[in-house]
Design a binder for this molecule. Structure first.
Ligand SMILES: *[C@@H]1O[C@H](CO)[C@@H](O)[C@H](O)[C@H]1NC(C)=O
Ligand SMILES: *[C@@H]1O[C@H](CO)[C@@H](O)[C@H](O)[C@H]1NC(C)=O
Ligand SMILES: *[C@@H]1O[C@H](CO)[C@@H](O)[C@H](O)[C@H]1NC(C)=O
Ligand SMILES: *[C@@H]1O[C@H](CO)[C@@H](O)[C@H](O)[C@H]1NC(C)=O
Ligand SMILES: *[C@@H]1O[C@H](CO)[C@@H](O)[C@H](O)[C@H]1NC(C)=O
Length: 415
């Protein structure tokens, strides 16, 4: 235990005149020990690139640092447990933490803005203190041990370019009450999938098997009560959803593999590209009551409990394909006047009547297919091969197969 005490990395402001140091505050440095870091300790502004990596490092603190215009990368430190930048304020630089397996606390208590913050593979991270953050270029949190016991970075966040929160298996709630806009990629996926209580690093060796593979559906609550504009959203594995003021999605919006029973977005007026609702096995109600235009495709598929689709009362224009597959008996699209990419509607229900969509069909350009009582309203491609084998689709991950159907209109019509 005391073995590492001597290597504790505290960058106390050395009794060196800061100005004499500033030239050293723009360099590229690789830090593997306390001695390596000492040369940076006095920097109040850092514009260089520092990579901190080494088995001897157990804690990092850099109290003098107030402004970061360069980047700090902290990676593969098997014994690093805490990382604190107590004095860091509004900054345009980047901080990336990768593969720090025992890291348990990260604290930037004065930080208001940053270009990028990435924390990837920090399975023991529980404390992330960013209590003053309001804007971020990008925030990525993947494969961390964050749960909902402490304050999370987004409690004060108002704006972000890209936001990615995924594979945080104990994270059951994502509430971003101040967030107003996300202008780039926004991905929430595979959070809260574990039901087991957080187990501390010290109990990992315990002989009790983990309860990770229980049958109860995992996922996360997503509550974005102030979000008005977003661009490209991928939301997966949600258990609850609040988007009460969302009004514009400039690119795509997708809900996949959630356990939501309803998707209600009352003020969304337009989606710039595709709107996709796929493989949500408890979903029975979709309501987009203000939505008038979809700039790409509308894809609704493999939602096994969805029998009535009547939540698009104002929808007029679909610029891509209208692609629906499932067991629905009723589809009502009363205001649709244009479907530019064709129409493919297949229902396995005996009660579905295609003539209820005759107006929509008449307004569709290109190929139109509507069929009831199909044996299986599931995707196949014309060659009978798997979608993944189709050239450009080789990077499509499990679960996104249906989305692929919509991006390639020829597959939308494969019966
Ligand atoms: C993660 O860190 C450990 C310990 O430093 C190292 O052995 C391993 O190669 C690293 N893995 C990656 C993916 O960087
Ligand atoms: C929500 O956003 C508006 C601006 O759109 C802002 O005035 C208001 O303070 C925000 N509310 C919260 C709780 O952040
Ligand atoms: C939207 O995000 C997805 C993945 O999250 C990406 O594949 C796609 O290219 C993005 N689309 C746009 C228009 O940025
Ligand atoms: C349909 O959805 C279920 C979950 O609801 C999923 O397990 C299955 O893989 C999906 N099927 C296809 C073809 O995407
Ligand atoms: C679906 O949700 C909307 C909005 O909450 C609601 O008005 C409507 O009654 C619901 N429909 C059904 C069938 O539950």
């Amino acid at each position: 235990m005391t073995r590492f005490t001597s290597s504790l990395l505290v960058l106390v402001s050395a009794a060196v005149v800061a100005s004499a140091q500033q030239e050293g505050c723009a360099k590229q440095v690789v830090v593997a020990s306390e001695a390596d870091l000492a040369s940076l300790a006095a920097c109040s502004t850092f514009s260089g690139t520092v990579t901190i990596s080494g088995p001897a490092i157990t804690a990092i603190s850099w109290p003098a640092l107030q402004s970061l215009t360069g980047s700090i990368q902290v990676k593969s430190n098997p014994h690093l447990s805490t990382f604190a930048l107590e004095g860091l304020k509004a900054s345009t630089g980047s901080i990336r933490l990768y593969n720090n397996t025992v890291l348990s606390a990260v604290s930037f208590p004065s930080l208001q803005s940053l270009h990028a913050l990435e924390i990837i593979t920090a399975p023991n991270l529980r404390q992330l203190s960013l209590s003053t953050i309001d804007s971020l270029g990008s925030l990525t949190l993947e494969d961390t041990g964050l749960d909902n016991s402490g304050q999370l970075p987004w409690s004060t966040l108002q704006k972000a370019t890209d936001l990615g929160v995924s594979n945080n298996k104990y994270l059951k709630t994502i509430e971003m009450g101040h967030l107003q806009s996300v202008s780039g990629k926004f991905v929430i996926a595979a959070n809260g999938l574990s039901d087991s209580k957080y187990s501390a690093a010290s109990s990992i060796s315990s002989s009790t098997p983990s309860a990770d593979s229980t049958t109860s559906p995992g996922g996360t609550i997503l509550s974005l009560t102030n979000l008005t504009t977003a661009s490209n959203c991928t939301f997966r594995h949600l258990t609850d959803l609040q988007l009460p003021v969302l009004s514009t999605v400039s690119a795509s919006l997708s809900f996949d593999e959630t356990s939501l029973t309803s998707i209600v977005i009352p003020h969304l007026k337009s989606v710039g590209q595709t709107l996709s609702i796929v493989s949500n096995d408890k979903l029975s109600n979709i309501s987009f009551s203000d939505l008038t235009a979809i700039g790409g495709a509308l894809l609704i598929a493999n939602n096994t409990e969805l029998t009535v689709v009547d939540g698009f009362r104002q929808l007029k224009d679909i610029s891509g394909v209208l692609n629906m597959r499932g067991a629905f008996s009723t589809v009502s699209l009363p205001a649709v006047t244009t479907v530019k990419g064709g129409m493919s509607v297949l229902s396995s229900s005996n009660d579905f009547d295609c003539s209820t969509l005759s107006k929509v069909k008449a307004s569709a350009k290109g190929k139109t297919v509507c069929q009831a009582k199909v044996k299986s309203a599931r995707p196949t491609n014309a060659d009978g091969g798997s979608l993944e084998n189709k050239g450009s689709l080789n990077v499509i991950a499990k679960g996104t197969m249906w989305s692929a159907v919509v991006t390639m209109s020829f597959l939308a019509f494969a019966l």
